[in-house]
Design a protein around this ligand. Sequence first.
Ligand code: ACO
Length: 275
Amino acid sequence: MPVTVDANLGGSAEAISASELAEIGLRYEVDGAIATITLDRPDKRNAQTFATWSALARIGEHIPDQVRIVVVKGEGPSFSAGIDLRMFTPEGVPGQGSFVSAASLEETTFERRIADAQRGFLWLRRPDIVSIAAVHGHAIGAGFQLALACDLRVVADDVKFCMKEPALGLVPDLTGTKPLVELVGLPRAIELCLTARVVGAEEAVRLGLAELAVPAGELAQAVQDLAGALLATDRGAATATKRLLQGALGRSLEEQAIAERREQIVRIRTLFASG
Ligand code: ACO
């Protein structure tokens, strides 16, 4: 049975409680080897703020050791309508400022602010976990990038991906550009970002943006089935293989062969060394 937990399992001074998460519009539950993060501000289509990203980072820092799968999903009609549009107003999001106030920040402070936001996304690529975005309805801007931050995407047939940042005068800066290019290739990534057109479920699968598309009512079960299949693999082998695959694009064939040898020696020693 899933339990809602405070994200303070490490006893950190930066603990974040379930009630704090609720205020930010997030839920976090751990059920054995599966952690589920739910964007939970459906009345605002799960719009994201700096508090969302900071909470995601803190959840990532305190994921319990037994967790191997992290599912990211959205409550209500949309996965996420992207950044909270109040960020574009002079008033901003209460307690979090706005782009209007951020514009005058000193360079290093500004860069650190963006890096802090990106931390909420980067941990989802850790080799020792597999992250799955369960995406339905709109996944716009930061919503699309959150889905891209995950290793795998299972989508409902009503999904609508849209990279809207350039249409708003911005760039996608929540770690989405690299996975997008890796998944769909440079020309398609340019086309999708610079036109901000909507990509539906069938095209998402065809482009490699999603592993699987299912009827909306079957999304949760499809994710559960995928998680079950992933969990059937030995954790050490899964972690080492993911690490190897993640490094493949950045290495030459020779370098990758070396990396395979090194990982395999560790595996074989772990499995077969006696005494
Ligand atoms: N930020 C803040 N509030 C939002 C956002 C958002 N990004 N998206 C929706 N909402 C709010 C609406 O203001 C509305 O609030 P209200 O009921 O108090 O008036 C509520 O959520 C429902 O929104 P609707 O537009 O009525 O919902 P609908 O289902 O018809 O449309 C859609 C959903 C298509 C997602 C639409 O809300 C939309 O286009 N949102 C803005 C998307 C956007 O431009 N995001 C920024 C991308 S760039 C980036 O993320 C960096």
